[in-house]
Ligand binder design. Structure first.
Ligand SMILES: Nc1ncnc2c1ncn2[C@@H]1O[C@H](COP(=O)(O)OP(=O)(O)OP(=O)(O)O)[C@@H](O)[C@H]1O
Ligand SMILES: [Mg+2]
Length: 323
């Protein structure tokens, strides 16, 4: 971990005044860089060196925080030093706010938003998109090769295109070739198992789930959702299905062909069954349905908490995600 220059006082002020419906409109000026299902990613406009803060409001006590910091550092260290992915400089920041609640951030050096994969694919031609996919597959191969060679450790990865950034990408001259290097940014959810034991506390995955759904989610999908990040084939299906969400479904058959060729020629030792279009379609429909239900349930939860019970709702919910 490299210590980044973090101004805790500004973060404290931000938490005191954050408007979770409209985070950019608060007292402390921030700019949203992105968001995931749990985290809100932003930069503080007052920072001299640009830093990306991933706000992860899921911790109840210090024990959870310490375990998470350990898992986060270890995951980053393995991916960076042992597996050989390129990661941004990383750090964490946390404190207890005025109400004694834990506020936690994973912190990374900020990378130019134009160079994130899901932006890039709308700038480059179809051949270049195929090159990008191949580069992503090669990065992923390093991860699964590591797991294959280390009996006690299993690594998971979220292979979505929005988790990779292109080093040296120039949006005015969008160029990509087989020598382009990628950075992997989605390391705030540490996904590794030592001797089969999940490094991250599984319960934390449920924290963004409305309490009235937790029981159901835990019983019905939690293990399945976590397991799928450890399975290279499923992670690849997720990567490909993303092109539905990105409104480029016509690219999918070509991408599938290339990925299957990759599995056969460059990763034959993994014996991965070829992926089919029907599978991608089915996965996408399923995934879409689950997330739409989930997002709506979270909106209801937010309404109940903030409007009815006048309590605080910790998560940022994006308005509409086009799927
Ligand atoms: N270091 C960074 N610099 C610039 N932008 C970033 C950085 N890290 C993340 N982002 C932006 O925020 C988005 C979400 O970040 P990230 O992938 O780390 O979160 P996530 O894991 O998808 O969220 P969640 O875990 O809540 O589902 C990225 O796709 C990217 O657009
Ligand atoms: Mg992500």
């Amino acid at each position: 971990m490299i210590r980044l220059k973090i101004d805790i006082e500004v973060l404290k002020k931000l938490e005191r005044s954050i408007d979770i419906y409209n985070p950019e409109k608060g007292e402390v000026p921030i700019k949203i860089l992105g968001f995931g299902e749990i985290s809100l990613v932003f930069e503080l406009l007052s920072d001299v060196e640009p830093i990306a803060y991933k706000r992860i409001p899921i911790f109840d006590n210090e024990k959870q925080v310490n375990r998470h910091i350990w898992a986060y550092n270890e995951y980053n260290r393995i991916l960076d030093q042992d597996v050989g992915l390129n990661l941004p400089k990383y750090d964490v920041a946390w404190f207890k706010d005025d109400e004694d609640k834990i506020q936690f951030y994973c912190v990374q050096e900020k990378i130019s938003p134009e160079s994130v994969g899901n932006r890039v694919i709308h700038q480059i031609n179809d051949d270049d998109i195929n090159t990008l996919i191949l580069l992503v597959m090669r990065e992923m191969k390093k991860v699964w090769e590591y797991s294959k060679n280390h009996e006690t450790i299993d690594l998971g990865l979220d292979g979505q295109i929005s988790n990779f950034m292109l080093i040296g990408y120039d949006p005015d001259n969008p160029n990509i070739d087989m020598n382009t290097k990628l950075t992997y940014i989605d390391t705030s959810t540490p996904m590794f198992r030592k001797n089969g034991v999940e490094a991250m506390d599984g319960e934390l995955f449920l924290k963004s789930t409305p309490s009235f759904l937790r029981f159901l989610v835990k019983a019905a999908f939690l293990d399945e959702v976590i397991d799928r990040y450890y399975d290279w084939r499923l992670v690849t299906i997720d990567l490909i299905a993303n092109f539905f969400k990105e409104q480029r479904p016509e690219l999918i058959p070509g991408i599938i062909r290339q990925v299957n060729k990759f599995f056969k020629e460059e990763a034959s030792e993994f014996n991965i069954e070829p992926i089919t279009f029907e599978e991608i379609q089915k996965y996408y429909k399923n995934d879409k349905m689950i997330w739409v239900i989930f997002q709506n349930a979270r909106k209801i939860d937010r309404f109940l908490k903030t409007k009815l019970f006048k309590k605080r709702y910790d998560f940022y919910l994006p308005d509409k995600i086009k799927r």
